[in-house]
Design a protein around this ligand. Structure first.
Ligand code: SF4
Length: 235
């Protein structure tokens, strides 16, 4: 499914990305831990929510419920009191239910396989991969992640905008995300691509002139010269 040329580009993309990340990676509190409970809290909170909004609420939540046991013993009302400030009020319910499931059915052992994680309420393919990657530092395809940032970066670099947005498109992006895990270093790779999508390869007016991928990016070569006025990159 991936051509030789795309594979070569992917390897080069990965090299540039990791070098860029070393100097430009964001300093985020959940990157200082490998505790799966803390990673779970961050990932549930980050769903469709900006990092700056999540940081103070993540810190407040973990101060109030430092362990998964503390969360399971709390009242749902107290949990939602903190998480509802993020909007999308199911988050508090998901976290509360996951904590209770892990404590009661799993004797407190945090699930560490893709299939086990998917059985938990509110956890889909992205979140399972993120927990395996960021908490357990798994270096195989189970740690692949695709969110809007990853999707945007891969689709622009490899020129998938030509495809209709359909199930084939999603399948293709996931194949690239899985291939991206090969060779290890998945914690760094996944954090790096999330940062690139959040800071340079943003949805409107990507900052291509500052991007290490511009030498190999299809979007930059084919689309930017046609549609983007030069000075829009410097806003
Ligand atoms: Fe995104 Fe531009 Fe970088 Fe390509 S060159 S990855 S479009 S920011």
């Amino acid at each position: 499914m991936i051509s030789e040329l795309q594979l070569t580009t992917l390897h080069s993309f990965t090299d540039h990305l990791l070098k860029w990340f070393e100097k430009n990676g964001r300093d985020l509190p959940w990157r200082k831990t490998r505790d799966p409970y803390h990673i779970l809290v961050s990932e549930i909170m980050l769903q469709q929510t900006n990092v700056d909004i999540v940081i103070p609420i993540y810190q407040k939540f973990l101060k109030r419920f430092p362990t998964i046991d503390d969360l399971a013993q709390a009242s749902l009302h107290d949990v939602k009191n903190i998480t509802d400030k993020l909007g999308y009020t199911r988050r508090g319910e998901f976290l509360f239910e996951i904590a209770n499931t892990i404590i009661s059915k799993n004797n407190g052992r945090f699930p560490d396989t893709f299939d086990e994680l998917l059985e938990l309420k509110g956890i889909g393919r992205y979140t399972a991969g993120a927990i395996l990657s960021f908490a357990f530092e798994r270096n195989d395809k189970s740690a692949a992640i695709v969110d809007v940032n990853v999707e945007r970066v891969f689709s622009r670099v490899f020129g998938f905008w030509r495809d209709e947005k359909n199930s084939k498109f999603d399948k293709k992006i996931w194949i690239f995300a899985e291939e991206f895990t090969i060779g290890g270093n998945v914690w760094q790779k996944n954090q790096a691509i999330l940062d690139l999508g959040a800071t340079l390869c943003v949805s409107a007016k990507p900052k291509c002139y500052f991007c290490p991928m511009s030498i190999l990016c299809m979007y930059y070569k084919e689309i930017v010269p046609k549609i983007t006025p030069l000075d829009s990159f410097f806003e």
